[in-house]
Design a protein around this ligand. Structure first.
Ligand SMILES: [Ca+2]
Ligand SMILES: [Ca+2]
Ligand SMILES: [Ca+2]
Ligand SMILES: [Ca+2]
Length: 225
């Protein structure tokens, strides 16, 4: 055996021992708990450091780049339903300050050949007199055939809408300004049935606004203009 192979084996065994020590013996083996750094486990790369290798996240339908896929505060490894968060938005205000329009989803078959990645997109108009800067959002993805539901909660850091302004907000994984990442292993991408995506957008002190759009199982882009 070459020195290279011995070195590789040593690092692998050392990594496994260190990860086991840090993870407190929590299953599965080599768990590192809720850290956010990438780690290599005996089962492969764990990009988000949640103790579940990327390959297993794909099977589980969880996000390999987010230790808390559904945003409910529970690490994927500890969360009994890692793609279902309850809606934490509790706002009693009835003051109107913004509207949602143009809710769109891109079909998962790319029937129009536009090369546009699967995404959720909508417009937010500020109808008030002050900047809106602290939005949060809850959205669900419901399989219209089986009734299965996934629910996700997110804050939207950096998304600002000035008075009188209308801005697009995107959920995709293109890493651009006002584009927010979402679970690449979610039902949105992997469920071939017709889906309904429903969103509730909130800013503190203002009435939440909601909308929903259907995602065709294999046809044209859905949405309302
Ligand atoms: Ca992981
Ligand atoms: Ca994860
Ligand atoms: Ca969670
Ligand atoms: Ca959950």
């Amino acid at each position: 055996m070459s020195n290279k192979i011995y070195t590789f084996m040593f690092i692998t065994i050392l990594s496994a021992l260190l990860l086991t020590a840090c993870g407190g013996g929590k299953a599965p083996a080599s768990s590192s708990g809720s850290t956010s750094s990438s780690a290599s486990t005996a089962n492969g790369t764990d990009t988000d450091g949640d103790g579940i290798p990327d390959s297993a996240e794909k099977v589980l339908g969880t996000d390999p780049n987010n230790a808390d896929t559904d945003g409910d505060g529970q690490n994927d490894l500890d969360d009994p339903n890692p793609t279902m968060a309850d809606n934490p938005i509790q706002e009693s205000s009835t003051t109107q300050g913004f509207t949602i329009s143009g809710l769109l989803v891109e079909n998962n078959e790319d029937a129009d050949g536009a090369g546009v990645p699967d995404h959720l997109e909508f417009k937010v108009a500020n109808t008030g007199s002050a900047d809106l800067t602290t939005f949060d959002i809850y959205y669900t993805i419901t399989d219209k055939d089986t009734g299965d539901v996934q629910g996700y909660y997110r804050t939207l850091p950096g998304f600002t809408v000035k008075p009188g302004e209308t801005k697009d907000i995107h959920f995709d994984n293109t890493d651009q300004p006002d584009h927010f990442s979402w679970n690449p292993n979610s039902a949105f991408f992997n469920d071939p049935n017709g889906l309904t995506v429903a969103v509730t957008l909130h800013a503190p002190g203002l009435a939440p606004q909601s909308g929903a759009v259907d995602k065709d199982p294999a046809g044209a882009e859905g949405g309302i203009e």
